[in-house]
Design a protein around this ligand. Structure first.
Ligand code: CTP
Length: 408
């Protein structure tokens, strides 16, 4: 009964996948959850409020201005008296409304009024899913801190149509719900704290059009910044070039090179906590060419590289050293040994050692297997999403700093 006594508000919007919501409710109740349902007008074309109400065990909520509901629970209480809001299926239209902050029916009003985490299970035609407008709305919702499960690839209800757009299966949604509930950070546990996060790769110029870099996406660092902001911290995110939107509620500073990242980090001091998730290029080109380099008839070319400053080590040895300095280390072998050595060499308090050996499937995958290495020992965490790693790390940080209040 992993969801014992957890309150889940399920918003059902109008799509053929709405029939799977009944199965989802059944599985949530089997696990001990208390479910309430809100249905859009379009959802009622696919499943009836009577069917949903029968499985939930109380009437399904459908109208914003329904006197009996308003006197009984009211849309604000509906939005707040819950542990998690799940939207399944989430149509393109409801996602657009959420991204735009609209509130013209009960479902959209509840989604705007809630102060709880939201999990979306999108379901739509593949063309609607891949449309730039939907992808733009999705990026906005993720930046606002909304979690997403699916959609999956496969046959659609429309005959002959296949592609990405099928709603995640109920079992998949249940495990995303369990993950989201475990991951909810202790409420405002970092209130009054100033947190610095570095994220993404750096680009080191070779000439005006070429650079040295690496494959870092910035997903983990951005997730850490978002989790810290959700826990109430004032967050300064120093990001190398990434394709992610700036997280909501975070002050994002965009940099390109390692030298710029270091400068931005030093000017962010003093902070209580600094988390270095960036994959900083170890070298830069000694003298980038002022004009585009030309090839010279089959001759080999040489680049002279010089070592970049170590942002983490510099801040860890700074006069204004943060109380807690956390590094990341991606390793393919001797994970813990290497992490311990880096802890010592760089002068940080913790290292999040990231196992990227091929069998873990971390590269390219959404999940991450990490070990938290401290001076006192090693804690190994199960494989989980990058957001869950970020939430777990923020919880640990809040515990380590203990209590509330501004920096000493
Ligand atoms: N880091 C940094 N500045 C650098 C290099 C690394 O701030 N110039 C930080 C990273 O953000 C990370 C930690 O140091 O938190 C470890 O990074 P990693 O690349 O694993 O360390 P390196 O010292 O470069 O070790 P390796 O020889 O394994 O590349």
């Amino acid at each position: 009964m992993a969801l014992e006594q957890k309150r889940i508000l399920l918003v059902i919007s109008g799509g053929i996948a709405a029939y799977k919501s009944l199965e989802l409710i059944r599985r949530l109740k089997e696990r001990g959850a208390r479910v309430r349902a809100v249905m859009t007008r379009a959802a009622q074309e696919f499943v009836t409020p009577l069917a949903v109400g029968a499985i939930v065990g109380e009437r399904a909520h459908t109208d914003l201005f329904d006197p009996s509901t308003e006197f009984d629970v009211g849309h604000i209480r509906l939005a707040r008296d819950t542990d998690l809001v799940v939207v399944a299926p989430a149509t393109a239209d409801l996602m657009a409304k959420m991204a735009g902050g609209h509130a013209d029916d009960l479902a959209s009003t509840v989604l705007l009024a809630t102060d709880k985490r939201i999990l979306l299970a999108p379901a739509m035609n593949p063309h609607m899913w891949s449309h730039p407008a939907t992808q733009r709305n999705l990026a906005q919702l993720i930046a606002d801190g909304v979690s997403v499960v699916g959609p999956n690839e496969g046959e659609m209800a429309e005959r002959g149509e296949a592609g990405i757009g099928r709603m995640a299966e109920p079992e998949q949604i249940v495990s995303a719900i369990e993950g989201a509930l475990v991951a909810i950070p202790a409420v405002r546990s970092l209130a009054g704290k100033r947190v610095l996060v570095t994220s993404g790769p750096t680009h080191e110029p070779i000439d005006p059009v070429r650079f040295l870099s690496n494959r870092s996406s910035g997903k983990q660092g951005h997730a850490v910044a978002r989790a810290a902001a959700q826990a109430g911290a004032e967050v300064i995110l120093i990001s190398g070039p990434v394709e992610l939107p700036d997280p909501a509620g975070v002050q994002t500073v965009h940099v390109t090179t390692a030298a710029e990242m270091l400068e931005a980090a030093e000017s962010a001091l003093p902070v209580d906590v600094a988390i270095f998730a960036a994959a900083v290029a170890d070298w830069r080109v000694a003298e980038p060419a002022p004009e585009k380099l030309k090839k010279v008839n089959g001759k080999s070319a040489k680049l002279e590289l010089v070592e970049n400053p170590d942002v983490l080590a510099t801040i860890a040895h700074h006069q204004q050293r943060p109380k807690l300095v956390v590094g990341f280390a991606a390793e393919t072998e001797k994970l813990i040994d290497h992490a311990r050595r880096k802890l010592q060499a760089k002068g940080c308090d913790w290292i999040v050692a990231n196992d990227v050996s091929p069998e873990t499937g971390v590269f390219g995958g959404g999940r991450n297997t990490v070990h938290l290495v401290t001076k006192d020992g090693v804690e190994s965490w199960p494989p989980q999403s990058k957001q869950a790693v970020a939430d777990g790390l923020v919880r640990k940080i809040a515990d380590a700093l203990g209590g509330k209040g501004a920096r000493a």
